[in-house]
Design a protein around this ligand. Structure first.
Ligand code: ZN
Length: 219
């Protein structure tokens, strides 16, 4: 793969690959504003926000949101920059399965949660500690999200920030917006996959990677 950067064609490295997670960071989460909004919601659904049980609710929701959406102010590169060199890692898959995650769907602001499975092909001997992968998942999960987008953002960060030759992310999740709402309550899991780099372009590598990850359906 060759990249066109500033008119030069160059081999990708961790440094010269474009940052995919470059959206402007929001200001600090505005907790008083969340509190006012939650109070409004309580009034709008016909509740009395001044009754004992609800008095502290707006402040509690604000604190919970600050935590649940903390990923908006974080970047995957903070975690993926700390690589350790593992000579000979190139060509070997790194597979990490069953990373637990919790996120909030951006359509309903209701939680979805499940497990993330990651596979990547290191380049230049650059591999990253397992805890950094889990933190990377949190960076993207702790935002208003779509399941598909979490997967593609993780895969892009592995290629863009870590400099992996290829990356694949499979996510199995349950969505509260599907489970709680409607007549046909639905407990089924949603499975999504995203592949970048050589795992996107090379079907046989991708097949090998998927076999390593496995999924609930073939366990
Ligand atoms: Zn939803």
């Amino acid at each position: 793969m060759l990249l066109e950067i500033d008119g030069f064609r160059t081999e990708p490295t961790a440094r010269n690959l474009p940052r995919r997670d470059s959206a402007p960071r929001p200001r600090r989460i505005d907790c008083p504003r969340i509190e006012r909004a939650v109070r409004e919601i309580l009034v709008a659904i016909g509740e009395n926000p001044d009754r004992d049980g609800l008095l502290e609710t707006p402040a509690r929701v604000a604190r919970a949101y600050a935590e649940v959406f903390a990923g908006l102010q974080q970047s995957a590169s903070d975690h993926l920059a700390r690589v350790f060199d593992h000579e000979g890692a190139d060509g070997d898959f790194v597979v990490v399965r069953d990373i637990e995650f919790f996120s909030v769907c951006e359509h309903h602001l209701l939680p979805f949660f499940g497990r993330v499975h990651i596979v990547y092909l290191p380049a230049g001997g650059r591999v990253v500690g397992l805890s950094k992968l889990a933190r990377t998942v949190d960076v993207f999960a702790r935002r208003p999200q779509l399941q598909e987008r979490i997967g593609s953002q993780i895969a892009e960060a592995l290629v863009g920030d870590l400099g992996a030759r290829g990356a694949g992310v499979v996510i199995e999740a349950s969505h509260m917006c599907m489970m709680m709402r409607g007549a046909a309550k639905n407990r089924s899991d949603t499975v999504t996959s995203a592949f970048r780099g050589s795992l996107q372009t090379d079907a046989s590598l991708r097949k090998e990677a998927l076999a390593l990850i496995g999924s609930r359906s073939d366990r």
